[in-house]
Design a protein around this ligand. Sequence first.
Ligand SMILES: Nc1nc2c(ncn2[C@@H]2O[C@H](COP(=O)(O)OP(=O)(O)OP(=O)(O)O)[C@@H](O)[C@H]2O)c(=O)[nH]1
Ligand SMILES: [Mg+2]
Length: 227
Amino acid sequence: MPVVPSSIKYCGVKLIDYLSILLQAMSLARHPDCLCLGPKRSGKTHLLKALQDPDSIDETSYSTATIGTSIYNITFPTDSEDAFKLKPNANKDESDALKSGKKGKAVVPLKSICVLEIGGNMAPIWRQYFNDIKKLIYVVDTANLCQISAAGVLLYSILAEPRLQKVRILLVLSKMDYAYRQMRNEALLMLQMSKLQKQIRQTVTIVEASSVTKTGFSDIYNWLKMP
Ligand SMILES: Nc1nc2c(ncn2[C@@H]2O[C@H](COP(=O)(O)OP(=O)(O)OP(=O)(O)O)[C@@H](O)[C@H]2O)c(=O)[nH]1
Ligand SMILES: [Mg+2]
């Protein structure tokens, strides 16, 4: 582990640059298929853990703030139609083998996607991770009235980034299990989505989700499945 030179130990900007290079080198061992961004405590870690293993998150779960980045490998079943699309030349035997196991039990092919979460406290240097990204999940906490407008401004700054003009965007309205959350239309109004969508080139898919009740998860898996 390299030692941080003492001269920059307490110098905020330089230290954060140093850390970002270090973290980038560590996390890019496998290039992520997708980035997950959003303000602090918006629910990124909870969401990705729950997508990875739905049983790992319930109403008693707590996630600590992500310092730097975290990688998640999300594996999910593809339906048989997708499997045949992936293998267009499969003959009948291969197709049957995909559909059923030896004892006739259904075997559904799995697909895995690598998602890189960058902590909300890294927002000033998110753009260092924008190279060669095809998909981006942006998580907004619908139960945090104080944060939601700022989340919209941050989202706009991401969508204006030249390297992200062809990226597929998934906007997750998180924590939908809270009674005091903003409803979809109110949240979108506070994010100024209708104004924003007129100014951007990307297609934005919007999903209401809860990592506790797993609301919206089938829509998220379907979005992840897209090429
Ligand atoms: N009830 C409920 N609570 C949630 C949900 N998602 C997140 N939380 C709560 O919000 C807290 C923060 O969520 P995290 O997933 O750590 O937030 P984050 O976006 O990863 O935060 P940073 O890593 O700091 O950027 C969690 O510890 C949970 O207590 C949800 O869907 N429902
Ligand atoms: Mg986190």
